[in-house]
Design a protein around this ligand. Structure first.
Ligand code: C5P
Length: 400
C-alpha cells in the first residue's frame, strides 16, 4: 500500500527526532519514496546528513537556501507540497504545532504544510505536562478542525525522566496510521462499497474478577485480514479481543472480552457483505462467574464449564443472500479433512486452515502457512500473515 507513495517526513526538535530515522527506513522498506524537511531545532538532535543519506535526497531546512547551488530552489516548499501523497510530521513539537495552528510559514517545514495538497499526519511528542497544557490542547483542537490527522502520543517513560503521555508511538503504529489515512483516500477497489466484518484475537472467559480461560492468539492474522480488506476498498469493522499489537488504521474497531460479547456484536453486524471469523474463540466458558475472587480454601479442584455459542455456525444458519462467510480453523492433525468437515458443518463458504506444526506458523508468529478450502478449491499459501491475507482475499474474490 505504501509502494510508490511519496512521503514528506517533517522532523522537529524533540528528543524523539532520532526515531524519525527508523520511521524513514520503515517507509522505504514498504516501498515509499521519502524526502525530509527538518527544523533548525531538529538539527540539534540529529544531523541533516543522517536523513539525506538515508533518503538519498537533500534535506530541506530553510526556505531561502544559503547554498549557491540551491539558490533557484527557493520555491521547493511549493513543489514538495505538490509532490507528496502524504506529509508526516514525527515528532512534532508544541512549537511547530502552534505554528501550524496559526498558519506560520517561517521555515521549509511549516511552509510546506501550507502548500501541501495531501493529507497531513501530525505526531505530537513532548513532556506530559506540556501536552496537557491549555495552549497545546487548544492547538490540537484547531489542527483537528482543520482536517489534520493526529496520532496521539503514548504514555510511558519520557526523556525528562518522568512518566507521562508524550512518547512518540512505535514506528509500526505510525506506519499503520499512514496506511489508514491513504486507504481512506483510495475508495476504489474490489471490495469498494462492501461492508466487511473481521473478528480477531482471543476471547477471555472469566471465572472470577482476576482469572480467565483464554488462548495465545495475538490477533495478527485477523488484523492482517482487516488491513487487506481495507486495502481492497472495503468498509471494515474489526471486532477483537484483548491484543497487544497496533490496530489497523482506517477501520472501525470494537473491543470485546468474552465470546458472549463477541457474539452480540457479530449479530449486530450480521448483515455485512463479507464476514471473516479469524478470532480464536474460546469453546468453553465457566458455568458460573464469582463476583469475588475465589478463595483457595473455598475452591474445589474442578471447574464446571459450558459450551460457548458457535458464532460461525450461527452465521452459517442465518446467512444473508450474497454474503461471503469465511472461517479459520486451527488443527493439530488431519488438517484438511477436519477443516473441510468444519466448513460443511458450519455452512461457511471458505475455511482457511492452519496448523501449529512448526514455530513459523500459528499463534503469535508473523508468518503462517494456510490451506484455503472452498467447495471445490484446495490451495496452499505461505508467507507473512499480511501477504497471506491479501492472497486469500484475492483468491476468494477472484482479483489475483
Ligand atoms: O470449531 P473451531 O473452533 O475449530 O472453528 C474455528 C472457526 O469457528 C473460526 O473461524 C472461529 O472464529 C469460529 N468459532 C466461532 N465460535 C466458536 C468457536 C469457533 O465462531 N465458539
Amino acid at each position: 500500500m505504501l509502494s510508490g507513495k511519496r512521503i514528506v517526513l517533517g522532523v522537529t526538535g524533540g528528543i524523539a527526532a532520532y526515531k524519525a530515522a527508523f520511521l524513514l527506513r520503515a517507509f522505504q522498506k514498504a516501498g515509499a519514496k521519502v524526502r525530509v524537511t527538518m527544523t533548525r531545532g531538529a538539527r540539534q538532535f540529529v544531523g541533516g546528513e543522517t536523513f539525506s543519506s538515508l533518503s538519498r535526497h537533500a534535506v530541506a531546512v530553510d526556505i531561502f537556501p544559503g547554498n549557491q547551488s540551491e539558490k533557484d530552489q527557493w520555491t521547493r516548499h511549493i513543489s514538495w507540497g505538490e509532490w507528496a501523497d502524504l506529509f508526516v510530521i514525527a515528532p512534532c513539537t508544541a512549537n511547530t504545532m502552534a505554528k501550524i495552528a496559526a498558519g506560520f510559514s517561517d521555515n521549509m517545514l511549516t511552509a510546506t504544510v501550507l502548500s501541501a495538497r495531501c493529507p497531513l499526519l501530525v505526531c505530537p511528542t513532548m513532556d506530559g505536562e506540556m501536552y496537557r497544557s491549555a495552549a497545546v490542547t487548544r492547538n490540537l483542537k484547531t489542527l483537528r478542525e482543520d482536517g489534520i490527522h493526529i496520532l496521539e502520543p503514548e504514555a510511558g517513560y519520557l526523556a525528562s525522566g518522568l512518566e507521562g503521555r508524550g512518547r512518540l508511538p512505535e514506528t509500526e503504529t505510525i506506519v499503520e496510521k499512514c496506511l489508514g489515512i491513504l486507504a481512506e483516500q483510495q475508495l476504489e477497489g474490489p471490495l469498494s462499497g462492501k461492508k466487511v466484518v473481521v473478528t480477531a484475537g482471543p476471547t477471555r472467559e472469566f471465572m472470577d474478577p482476576v482469572r480467565f480461560i483464554s488462548n495465545p492468539s495475538s490477533g495478527k492474522m485477523g488484523f492482517a485480514m482487516a488491513e487487506a480488506a481495507r486495502n481492497m476498498g472495503g468498509e471494515v469493522t474489526v471486532i477483537h479481543g484483548p491484543v497487544h499489537i497496533p490496530k489497523p488504521g482506517g477501520v472501525d474497531a470494537i473491543e470485546i472480552v468474552s465470546t458472549d460479547d463477541l457474539f452480540s456484536h457479530v449479530k449486530n453486524h450480521a448483515d455485512a457483505d463479507v464476514i471473516i471469523m479469524a478470532a480464536a474463540v474460546a469453546d468453553f466458558t465457566p458455568k458460573s462467574h464469582s463476583e469475588q475472587k475465589i478463595k483457595k480454601d473455598d475452591s474445589t479442584s474442578s471447574l464446571e464449564l459450558r459450551r460457548t455459542p458457535d458464532i460461525l455456525s450461527w452465521l452459517g444458519n442465518h446467512k444473508k443472500e450474497g454474503q461471503t462467510l469465511i472461517g479459520f480453523a486451527m488443527e493439530t492433525e488431519n488438517m484438511v479433512e477436519h477443516a473441510q468437515k468444519k466448513r460443511e458443518n458450519k455452512k461457511a463458504d471458505w475455511i482457511a486452515a492452519n496448523s501449529i506444526a512448526d514455530h513459523n506458523t500459528g499463534f503469535g508468529t508473523d508468518t503462517n502457512t494456510v490451506t484455503l478450502l472452498g467447495e471445490s478449491v484446495q490451495q496452499d499459501f505461505s508467507g507473512t500473515k499480511k501477504e497471506i491475507a491479501r492472497q486469500l482475499l484475492d483468491r476468494i474474490f477472484n482479483t489475483g
